[in-house]
Design a protein around this ligand. Sequence first.
Ligand SMILES: N[C@@H](CCC(=O)N[C@@H](CS)C(=O)NCC(=O)O)C(=O)O
Length: 143
Amino acid sequence: MKFFFKYFFKLVHLVVGPLLLLWDWLTSPKGVQRPAQEQQRIDAETRRLTLYQFRSCPFCIRVRRAIKRHSLNIETRDALRDTVSRQQLLEGGGKIKVPCLKITDAQGNTTWLYESADIIRHLEEQVIPAGAPDRPPVSTPGT
Ligand SMILES: N[C@@H](CCC(=O)N[C@@H](CS)C(=O)NCC(=O)O)C(=O)O
């Protein structure tokens, strides 16, 4: 039975993965356009970020779409096929789970941020500057 489930889920993954990638490609979001100076400022911020991910993981696709939508240039590493990246994720973040955003601050300290929703929130609230047209409004409780 265990054997059946193992291969059943592998099969589901093999079928669903390419379908997700196809859907992602067909409905790929258009990136926001900013003034060149503003984009350069954001590029300087995103140079300190690295996204560890699997190509067909739905949570990674969600983060990659947010990255595309906000026109962020963030280096991605494949933690499934690339054994060096996989090891970096395990040693740095503590577990093989994707997506994971490696954040290096100005002092060189690193934080490994897991959870797609938290990663997107970090990008939208910390990386995209206030006043940018694509930044979602900050909701105030009770309003
Ligand atoms: N709640 C997480 C789910 C992430 C998740 O389940 N990722 C899967 C790949 S699709 C994973 O890393 N699995 C490996 C594991 O859990 O060991 C998120 O939104 O990021």
